[in-house]
Design a protein around this ligand. Structure first.
Ligand code: G3H
Ligand code: ZN
Length: 296
């Protein structure tokens, strides 16, 4: 079975991105796996500290390992937005492929110090694990926000990115390049889209030469996503759009069958709604090429 590192290397060589989708339950997990298997592209599921508290760190790892082995399929697991070393270590011990160590709200020097220490500790435990560091401000919360935060002052400076990558020895970097977590109401209604600073992505990529993750992918203009991938983004995170589809799918399934009480007769409709969103994103990130014909 290929590793997450080789998957990222292959994606970079092909000029495509790997989709990362946050999950809190089996509905979203099934939807992500089914969409990726239909399209024959590798995929990553992520659980933040809050999502892990609900699903269980070991339980999430066991579920994904089981699916990976049963289907012989490259589905990987990320401990998303991990703020403490204790929970990073717990995820690494449970078998997560990747840890996003997020100290981005701390002063830059402290972010470097804590991220470097996390990389050393996690690699000592599991040398093959990937660790991501984050710099800049991309807001917080994969939710529907009333107003847009002012992210201009928090954009990642390419020189800072270079120093951060060199000193911490992270495997992947999450920069602030116009992206933000969550969606505005106007984005949910389809009236506005997020736009990215493509030149900043290109500059950080050429100076830092590292895999880069675009967080806050929900509601981003499709063309900006294509250009961001061409400029150096290798993974795109989507959460709010998954949550929206989950909520809408569940609401409509419950409305359609008001007397049904059997979960496995109601929930498949929600899986379908989430799957549609995930499939559309995977096709976009793969630039419509979907060339992983060797996958089962
Ligand atoms: O880590 C999670 C993501 O960055 C998701 O952001 O909710 O805007 O899609 P999003
Ligand atoms: Zn994120």
């Amino acid at each position: 079975m290929q590793t997450l590192r080789t998957t990222l290397q292959q994606a970079e060589a092909r000029g495509v991105a790997v989709g990362h989708f946050n999950i809190s339950d089996l509905i979203a997990l099934k939807a992500v796996l089914e969409a990726a298997r239909d399209l024959k592209v590798p995929v990553i599921v992520g659980l933040s500290e809050g999502e892990r508290a609900f699903v269980g760190t070991h339980q999430a790892a066991a579920l994904v390992k089981g699916l990976r082995e049963e289907h012989d399929f490259p589905i990987f697991l990320n401990a998303d937005h991990t703020h403490s070393l204790t929970s990073a270590v717990e995820a690494a011990k449970a078998g997560f492929d990747w840890v996003v160590f997020d100290a981005s709200t701390l002063p830059f020097e402290e972010n470097i110090r804590q991220t470097k220490a996390a990389v050393e500790t996690l690699k000592a435990l599991r040398p093959g694990i990937l660790v991501e560091g984050e710099i800049g401000d991309i807001g917080s919360g994969s939710e529907i926000h009333d107003a847009a935060p002012d992210l201009r002052k928090g954009l990642t400076d390419p020189a800072d990115a270079r120093r951060f990558v060199k000193e911490t020895r992270v495997d992947t970097l999450a920069p602030a390049v116009g992206n933000m977590h969550g969606m505005l109401k106007s984005m949910v209604e389809g009236n506005t889209r997020k736009h990215l600073d493509i030149e900043r992505i290109r500059t950080i990529k050429s100076s830092s030469r590292i895999f880069m993750t675009l967080h806050g992918g929900s509601g981003t203009d499709d063309n900006d996503i294509r250009e961001a991938i061409a400029a150096g983004i290798t993974v795109v995170h989507i959460s709010t759009e998954v949550r929206l589809a989950w909520r809408r799918g569940l609401d409509s399934a419950l409305l359609k069958q008001p007397s049904e009480i059997v979960p496995y007769k109601i929930l498949p409709q929600a899986v379908e709604t989430v799957k549609e969103v995930v499939a559309a994103k995977l096709a976009l990130f793969d630039s419509g090429r979907l060339a992983h014909t060797a996958l089962p």
